[in-house]
Design a protein around this ligand. Structure first.
Ligand code: AVJ
Length: 321
């Protein structure tokens, strides 16, 4: 098997500088990419099997039932790139259907990624697997150096794109286009707008796993940034905002309190929020418009039970005028 893992430095500095900037802002916020320390990765995997969080299972079912058609629409490719691959569970089916020579997986959670990618490489002799432990939102362009093959497919499943506002999403999709070049394609999965009660329950599961995932962020900061959050004094609060078309996840202070983080102090009023995640939901036409503003041309679409996959190639004519 061929497997290599490259850990990019500076993730510690990014945690510190982005958290301090987010706590100094109004409203206070912390980017959702920092949920995924080792405990956070395990909690996210536990969310994915909660009865209320149907997103992951629906996407798996959609992939399983439509894979022959999806693979036919994609055609022959040399390389799959998956940003935010996590435990690499989603890309396996695609690797088996498309049989590329190379797989490049990127994730900010380097150790989880390295283990998962190594085991995937072990199961697929002949597949060249490269795992990059990096914050791809910052360092995506550095991945270019690890791409050898020509016909490249970006696979971005799981509604990860929902963590970005529509404008940020268009920027990121434009960078994906640069990364894969003119022959590149994009297969992307996103959650659809639906009954807000269903969405609400998905982010407020009865077992409290999503709440634990949200609050784990504070424990991570205690450990890694020498912070002194009392997680008993914050409430997980998640709801669907139909004007913005997104789930908002907050940690709301249950007291007047001040918290030390990396040598600084931050005051929280009783009822003040720390915003931890936006999870946008789309209609198919809305999403296609975002991607086309980034130069992608819609080539295929599959949907099932409130979840959609869209396949894009390059609108080269449009780009060249
Ligand atoms: C991994 C960003 C798709 O937004 O549904 C799950 C993360 N947060 N429950 C999502 C998440 C709370 C998830 N994404």
């Amino acid at each position: 098997m061929t497997f290599r893992f490259v850990e990019f430095p500076s993730t510690g500095d990014e945690l510190r500088s982005e958290v301090l900037a987010g706590l100094a802002a109004s409203p206070k916020s912390i980017p959702p990419k920092f949920f995924y320390d080792e405990a956070g990765c395990r909690l996210f995997e536990a969310i994915c099997v909660q009865p209320e969080y149907v997103l992951t299972r629906t996407e798996q079912a959609l992939m399983a039932s439509k894979l022959p058609g999806i693979a036919a629409a994609i055609g022959a490719i040399d390389c799959i790139v998956e940003p935010g691959a996590g435990d690499c569970s989603k890309v396996r089916a695609l690797v088996e259907a498309l049989r590329p020579g190379q797989l490049l997986v990127l994730d900010i959670a380097g150790s989880t990624l390295a283990q998962a990618a190594a085991s995937l490489a072990g199961d697929h002799p002949g597949l060249q697997v490269t795992a990059l432990g990096m914050d791809f939102v910052h360092a995506l362009e550095a991945a270019q150096a690890y791409l050898s093959a020509n016909r490249r497919l970006i696979y971005y499943p799981g509604s990860s794109i929902g963590n970005f506002s529509p404008i940020e999403a268009a920027v990121l999709l434009g960078r994906y286009r640069q990364l894969v070049g003119e022959e590149g394609q994009l297969l992307i999965g996103f959650d659809l707008k639906k009954d807000p009660d269903l969405l609400h329950r998905a982010y407020n599961d009865a077992a409290g796993v999503t709440a634990a995932f949200n609050l784990n962020l504070l424990q991570r900061l205690n450990r890694e940034l020498d912070a002194d959050f009392d997680s008993g004094k914050f409430r997980h609060y998640a709801f669907y905002n139909p004007i913005e078309g997104r789930i908002e996840m907050h940690l709301i202070s249950l007291a007047e309190q001040s918290v030390g983080v990396a040598g600084r102090r931050f005051h929280f009023h009783l009822g003040e929020t720390l915003l931890t995640e936006h999870s946008y939901k789309f209609r198919c036409d809305e999403f296609a418009a975002i991607a086309s503003s980034a130069g992608w041309r819609l080539k295929g679409e599959w949907q099932q039970d409130g979840f959609a996959l869209q396949l894009f190639d390059q609108a080269i004519d449009a780009v060249r005028g």
